[in-house]
Design a protein around this ligand. Structure first.
Ligand SMILES: O=C[C@H](O)[C@H](O)COP(=O)(O)O
Ligand SMILES: C=C(OP(=O)(O)O)C(=O)O
Length: 368
């Protein structure tokens, strides 16, 4: 692959051994160039630092609020993302005594086979793959969201993306499709925020536990520095990784027996038992209406006094459901990837989770 110079839109020669001989490339700017154009502002830095602290404390139980990672499956329209962030910021304030709300700003999408891979890689949504533009759009949006005081969650997919975006993120995910990948575990070991390890796509929680153990250790791997040069990145290990139960095809894992089994696996590995449950994906069968049902069942476990469930993930956007990418009349604020809960359903589910958290707090206080 080309490593030097500005080869924007150039046709580059593949190194020996690559299939294809020639390929088109839009070489992105270096992390230093993009961070220079779009620097972390003081307001954003304060927001990220507070967001990381809150997230860590909610996951450890030092903060008895429930962590809620909620937002669109993917960002495809920056204006819709911002409109959602404004509403969510207000709701986060209203429910802030009980919920620590973090917004999903997912700009890279893993795919089961093929499909649109997210704003970062294909910001024009048409296969033109202008990653340089995608990086700038993603960073601009994340800066605005952070400046609103709303902590941001994202999935880490490309090993180079953290060099451009990590300073804006309060909670990261390694997804079900990559949780067994050595590269992603090494990446997580150097990230400065809590990272949720999803159970594997076939349902294995053991691989997420292995990922936590791996990411907690120091590693050295090939990465890039601010100037985009390949460097050996040495990490010290991330102590804030945890399991995210997301179910698998036809087999949800959000019920009390699943939480107990995951906590057992974590205990056997001498890890803290606090975890997050994703009400979407394999736990909802990607059905946004079922997602609300699942979230309420998780709320019932919390209200009954479960203390291992430290967080919940939800996929929500302004308009319920999903639409096909490239429709002639796109609906503003509706997902182009997985179906999401609409705004009204999201408010109602979050209010219920806040009430469940109050009941857990009361139950825990009386048993002390
Ligand atoms: O969260 C989004 C999707 O579940 C993920 O990107 C995979 O989507 P796909 O199964 O449609 O490829
Ligand atoms: C792709 C996602 O999740 P998972 O890895 O669980 O499929 C996601 O949360 O967008």
């Amino acid at each position: 692959m080309p490593t030097e110079g500005n080869l924007d839109s150039a046709v580059a020669q593949c190194p020996p051994g690559y299939i294809g001989g020639q390929y088109r490339t839009h070489l992105a700017s270096t992390p230093g160039e993009i961070l220079g154009e779009l620097p972390l502002t003081e307001a954003a830095a304060r927001s990220v630092s507070a967001g990381r602290l809150t997230t860590r404390r909610a996951l450890s139980g030092d903060d008895d609020r429930l962590l809620v990672v909620v937002g669109p499956c993917s960002i495809h329209d920056v204006n819709a993302g911002l409109a959602y962030a404004k509403s969510l910021g207000d709701l986060a304030g209203d429910l802030g005594d009980d919920l620590a709300i973090v917004m999903r700003v997912y700009v890279e999408k893993p795919r089961t086979t093929v499909g649109w891979t997210g704003l970062l890689t294909d910001p024009a949504l048409d296969g033109s793959l202008d990653i340089g533009r995608g990086l700038r759009m993603a960073r601009t949006l994340m800066l605005e969201v952070a400046e609103m005081g709303l902590p941001i969650a994202t999935e880490w997919l490309s090993p180079s993306a953290p060099a451009y975006l990590a300073d804006l993120i309060s909670w990261g995910a390694i997804g079900a499709r990559t949780v067994e990948s050595q590269v992603h575990r090494q990446l997580a070991s150097g990230l400065p925020m809590p990272v949720g390890m999803k159970n594997g796509s076939t349902g294995s929680v053991g691989v997420a536990v292995d990922a936590i153990r791996s990411a907690a250790s120091p590693h050295a791997y090939l990465g890039i520095n601010r100037d985009g040069r390949p460097v050996t990145l040495r990490t010290t290990g991330n102590p804030d990784c945890h399991v995210v139960l997301r179910g698998s095809s036809g087999r949800p894992n959000y019920r009390a027996e699943h939480v107990r089994e995951a906590a057992r696996l974590l205990s056997v590995a001498s890890l803290p038992t606090g975890l997050v449950i994703d009400a979407s994906h394999g736990n909802s069968g990607k059905d946004h209406e079922q997602q609300a049902v699942v979230a309420r069942e998780i709320g019932a476990q919390i209200a009954a006094g479960d203390t291992d469930i430290r967080g919940v993930m939800l996929e929500g956007f302004l308009v319920p459901g999903r639409q096909e990418l490239g429709s002639d009349e796109p609906t503003f604020g509706q997902s182009v990837t997985d179906a999401c809960m609409g705004w009204d359903a999201t408010v109602s589910v979050l209010q219920d989770l806040a009430a469940a958290t109050r009941r857990r707090r009361a139950a825990t206080a009386t048993t002390r």
